[in-house]
Design a protein around this ligand. Structure first.
Ligand SMILES: Cc1cc2nc3c(=O)[nH]c(=O)nc-3n(C[C@H](O)[C@H](O)[C@H](O)COP(=O)(O)O)c2cc1C
Length: 190
């Protein structure tokens, strides 16, 4: 069974990206994936500090997240846009995981080759496209295989129903395409 990890890049209560992550998880489950949806609230990490890493080692929550990523074939990230770029929460999380090189004294780079699908929800008209493009660059730079299809949810305040489901038609179609591609590529290469 194809295993997909779904990560919202926001911990905000009422987050549009948490809702987008939930919609992606539902779509992927309908395709037959074994989906795990997590919240980064459960994996708090200090702002990355090289001196702290040298003195204390790699943070246990970075190692836990790395383990979660490595046991899944693919990952879906729903990413907020901050000042036209990646959210600090996601960047910090990726930075921590990207420095992992070993497990049980054997080489281990959990992000290398990982299949990743991206989505973004934003109250603005651009739907977070600038942030998602930066996120794509960051993930590619650490060795992830980011699929081409991506989902943008502009004017996110109107895109979700009261129960949290995604109702904006274009975004629904786009999410379906993104999830199908993530599922297929994860199945083939994950
Ligand atoms: C510091 C900061 C910068 C932001 N910059 C942008 C931006 O460049 N583009 C945008 O569409 N929204 C921007 N926003 C608004 C976020 O998209 C909005 O807060 C959104 O709800 C965050 O995602 P979430 O709902 O998943 O928490 C910014 C918000 C903050 C706090």
């Amino acid at each position: 069974m194809v295993k997909i990890l779904v990560i919202p890049g926001s911990n905000r209560s009422g987050s549009y990206n948490v809702k987008l992550a939930a919609a992606a998880a539902k779509e992927l489950a309908l395709l037959g994936a074994d989906v795990t949806r997590i919240s980064l609230i459960d994996y708090p990490l200090p702002l990355y500090d090289e001196d702290q890493k040298v003195s204390d080692g790699i943070h246990k929550n970075a190692l836990k997240l790395a383990e979660m990523i490595s046991v899944h074939d693919g990952v879906f990230i729903a990413s907020p846009e901050y000042n036209s770029s990646i959210s600090p929460l996601l960047k910090n999380t990726i930075d921590w995981i990207s420095i992992i090189r070993k497990k049980d004294d054997k080489p281990w780079t959990p992000l290398k080759g990982k299949i990743v699908g991206l989505g973004a929800a934003s109250p603005g008209n651009l739907g977070g496209v600038r942030g998602i493009n930066h996120l794509r660059d960051v993930l590619v730079s650490v060795g992830c295989q980011v699929i081409s299809e991506q989902t943008l949810v502009p004017t996110a305040g109107k895109a979700f129903a009261e129960d949290g489901s995604l109702i904006a038609e274009r975004a629904v179609r786009s999410l379906s395409n993104s999830c199908q591609s993530l599922f297929r590529v994860s199945q083939a290469l994950g």
